[in-house]
Design a protein around this ligand. Structure first.
Ligand SMILES: *Cc1c(COP(=O)(O)O)cnc(C)c1O
Length: 484
């Protein structure tokens, strides 16, 4: 008997018809959820273990109704998740998940294709090439750069340091391993750098002692003279400068290291320059912001996250290099089972980084850019920059113990309230106390961080739904919580 290939899939798997019905319901659920954001507490009001306790401890042996699963999305999951898309969320950095890009992500999952070679999905590879080029154009980078989409900026930094290591040793560490190098290789960044930089330096085998934190100026930007001095001191001590990770928008205070000067210093010692613009790269779609990474054309690699302020749903991080051949030499593998007739004339993204298989992340960028358009994204970012300037001015004008503690080049305003008569230590515990109380209230969410060993509050503006009225409201809440 000829099997009926159109019959529902055996073994109980969901059929396309069942998917159609459930999928419509799920899209409705997502739309309702997004519309309801402002009625929800920003931070999940749960204790450790609460979510786990609300979930069956053993896997189901038989199918459960879709309605039961969706009910648990409401009962267990939504109440146990931070409302990152809430317009009153000012925590960490924005991680916008534009609905246009969500559709692209759904399409990617629905297609169920994977990239392990060009042949495994030509569209996946070629759309990724074009999307990286669209973003290259949008951020004003020259055609000398070629890009790849990674999961995160942490991956990009690790990749950059691995390639830098191989360039500094003429591919020696790939050949003979970490033990082959007589002169220790040194990485340079600042205390303001994201924790992923130190992590990458350790994972790439450089070691803590060969990670130099270059001093910064009073705007928390790397001091290029101090960089030059540190490199010279290392050479004098028998070490070899290998790479500098420059911040364009550091994590705490969005500090902007002087890329042009860093590039010059690094060039004197053939050191690699990686520009970590994870958050601030989005701002480069605004021509008026590009002076913030002036000199970037002289760097060797640069990465930023469309999944932050730009608004392409997580995960989506773009990594650009100028020397693709070198990147490929360090990262390439060519197992027999992946060889095909197209080799040599196509891009093999497995040779651009660590993973073999890749998701079709370019689709969500494509959807996002086509459905929302560049102008709307630019206008939103400009709105956020204006809102940050407004808040900065309000804090300055208020005075009376309120300070803006770092420059505000973009959308993050770092502030502190020092009640009269308190010691620094007392101000620190006061700060942490009132921010925690505010976060517990659910009305808003802010993160605290240490700057010069003192606690401060970061108001990171930039959620898609955050308008001026929300910024005004958080300022009122801040004053009540801190002064009250
Ligand atoms: C967010 C951020 C990172 C890390 O981002 P992931 O993509 O989560 O790894 C690194 N550097 C800076 C400056 C960041 O803002």
């Amino acid at each position: 008997m000829v099997p009926n290939l159109c019959a529902p899939v055996a073994f109980g798997a969901m059929t396309p018809e069942e998917f159609r019905a459930a999928g419509h319901e799920l899209v409705d659920w997502i739309a309702d959820f997004r519309e309801s954001l402002e009625d929800r507490p920003v931070r999940a009001n749960v204790e450790p273990g609460d979510v786990r306790a609300a979930i069956d401890t053993e896997p189901p042996q038989t199918p459960q109704p879709f309605a039961a699963v969706v009910a648990d999305l409401d009962r267990v999951i939504t109440s146990g998740a931070m409302m990152i898309q809430h317009p009153m969320n000012f925590g960490w950095f924005p991680a916008n998940a534009s609905l246009a890009s969500v559709l692209g992500d759904i399409a990617s999952s629905g297609l169920g294709t994977i990239g392990i070679s060009w042949e495994s999905s030509p569209a996946l590879t070629e759309l990724e090439e074009v999307m990286c080029d669209w973003l290259r154009q949008l951020t004003g980078l020259s055609p000398a750069w070629q890009g790849v989409i990674n999961d995160t900026a942490s991956t990009a930094t690790l990749t950059a340091l691995l390639v830098a290591r191989e360039r500094a040793t003429q591919l020696g560490q790939n050949r003979d391993g970490l033990q082959a190098q007589a002169a220790p290789l040194v990485i340079y960044t600042t205390e303001q750098a994201h924790s992923s930089v130190a992590k990458a330096a350790l994972l790439a085998g450089f070691g803590w002692h060969n990670l130099t934190m270059v001093s910064t100026d009073d705007a928390y930007q790397m001091d290029p003279r101090a960089l030059a001095d540190a490199m010279q001191a290392d050479i004098d001590a028998g070490r070899q400068p290998c790479a500098v990770v420059a911040n364009t928008g550091s994590t705490g205070v969005t500090a902007m290291d002087p890329v042009a000067e860093i590039v010059q210093v690094a060039a004197a010692h053939q050191a690699w320059v990686h520009v970590d613009a994870a958050m601030a790269g989005a701002a480069m779609i605004l021509p008026e912001c590009r002076h913030l990474w002036e000199g970037v054309e002289g760097a060797d690699s640069v990465a930023w996250n469309p999944h932050k302020w730009f608004g392409t749903v997580f995960d989506c991080s773009v990594f650009y290099v100028r020397d693709v051949d070198l990147l490929n030499r360090v990262m390439s593998t060519n197992p027999s089972y992946l060889q095909s007739a197209a080799d040599g004339s196509v891009t093999q993204y497995r040779d651009w980084g660590i993973p073999l298989g890749r998701r079709f992340r370019a689709l969500k960028l494509w959807f996002h850019l086509r459905l929302d358009g560049v102008e709307a994204i630019q206008a939103r970012l400009r709105r956020d920059l204006e809102n940050a300037k407004w808040l900065e001015a309000e804090v300055h004008a208020t005075g009376g113990g309120w300070d803006v503690v770092a420059p505000v080049p973009l959308q993050t305003v770092c502030i502190r309230y020092s009640p009269p008569g308190l010691t620094d230590g007392e101000v620190d515990s006061h700060t942490r106390g009132w921010v925690e109380a505010l976060n517990t209230s659910g009305a808003t969410f802010l993160s605290t961080a240490k700057l010069d060993d003192r606690w401060m509050v970061r108001v990171s503006i930039g959620v898609e739904g955050t308008e001026r009225r929300h910024v005004a409201e958080v300022w009122t809440l801040l004053r009540q919580a801190a002064e009250g």
